[in-house]
Design a protein around this ligand. Structure first.
Ligand SMILES: Nc1ncnc2c1ncn2[C@@H]1O[C@H](COP(=O)(O)OP(=O)(O)O)[C@@H](O)[C@H]1O
Ligand SMILES: [Mg+2]
Length: 261
């Protein structure tokens, strides 16, 4: 068991760490991570986001951030910051955007160590960890080396995604990380013209699976063209369209996460 391994450390200057995870890629982890982080910051918290997706970092684009982090006096990486949130990502350490990360084994683990242990967060209430997809070495390393206070499992309503949500849940349980709940993403399609709602991938699938796993559903984010469009242009949806229904959903999920930490 990983629980109690000697190297498990509390991150310097960080009060609580929340991992946003799903074993499957493309279900909306990064989008949720960024919008949750900003919603928490809007609620007065000091928030950071750590993009732990070494092979497919997307936080720089989502937060409209670029450039190389400076080093502090103590040779730590200083996070970049936008929209009231501090951020660190492999994307800032790579030579140019879009360059493939061809490192293997040790190199990847070394980069991950730097991201996990050598960032000067400078006092945070919450650090949101945008986890990479999968339940392999990288995920295990993170959960074994860092005290993660809670995990949020993201899933879309399709069966293939739910299967992976179960895998992710089992992984966190195995390493003793409490699961705060599930978030259903792309729960239904909302037509931006007429507002018609359609449950494209089925209704209540996530609720049913969460029930089986003994987890609560913290919220359901609709599949909305504006979320994707705004994200692609580096504008987090929760900030760019505060009056939208989905913005309220993100705020409610953020409040639920904070309450459970
Ligand atoms: N609720 C949503 N509505 C519309 N598009 C979404 C929604 N959530 C995520 N997306 C889009 O889906 C794609 C994958 O999302 P992303 O957050 O990168 O997933 P992951 O981090 O799990 O790989 C992105 O293009 C994103 O803009
Ligand atoms: Mg991602």
């Amino acid at each position: 068991m990983a629980r109690g391994l000697p190297q498990k450390a509390k991150l310097r200057g960080v009060d609580k760490v929340v991992a946003v995870s799903s074993a499957k890629g493309g279900v909306g982890k990064s989008t949720l991570s960024v919008n949750l982080a900003i919603a928490m910051a809007m609620q007065g918290k000091r928030v950071g986001i750590l993009d732990a997706d070494i092979f497919g970092p997307s936080v720089p684009k989502l937060l409209d951030l670029a450039g190389e982090p400076e080093l502090t006096d103590r040779n730590l990486l200083r996070p970049l910051s936008n929209y009231g949130v501090k951020a660190m990502s492999m994307g800032f350490l790579l030579p140019d955007e879009g360059a493939p990360v061809v490192w293997r084994g040790l190199m990847v683990m070394k980069a991950l160590q730097q991201l996990l242990h050598e960032v000067e967060w400078g006092g945070l209430d919450v650090l949101v960890l945008d986890m990479p997809p999968g339940t392999g070495d990288v995920q295990l390393t993170i959960t074994q080396q860092v005290v993660v206070d809670g995990a949020v499992i993201v899933s879309t309503p399709q069966d293939v995604a739910l299967l992976d949500a179960v895998k992710g849940t089992n992984m966190f349980r195995k390493v003793g990380v409490p699961i705060l709940g599930m978030v259903e993403n792309m729960s239904m399609y909302v037509c931006s013209n007429c507002g018609h709602e359609e449950h494209v991938f089925g209704r209540d699938n996530v609720q049913r699976e969460a029930g089986r796993l003994g987890l609560d559903v913290l919220g359901s984010v609709p599949l909305h063209a504006a979320i994707s469009r705004l994200s692609d242009s580096g504008q987090p949806a929760v900030l760019a369209d505060r009056a939208a229904g989905f913005a309220q959903v993100y705020r409610d999920i953020a409040a639920a996460v904070l309450a459970r930490l």
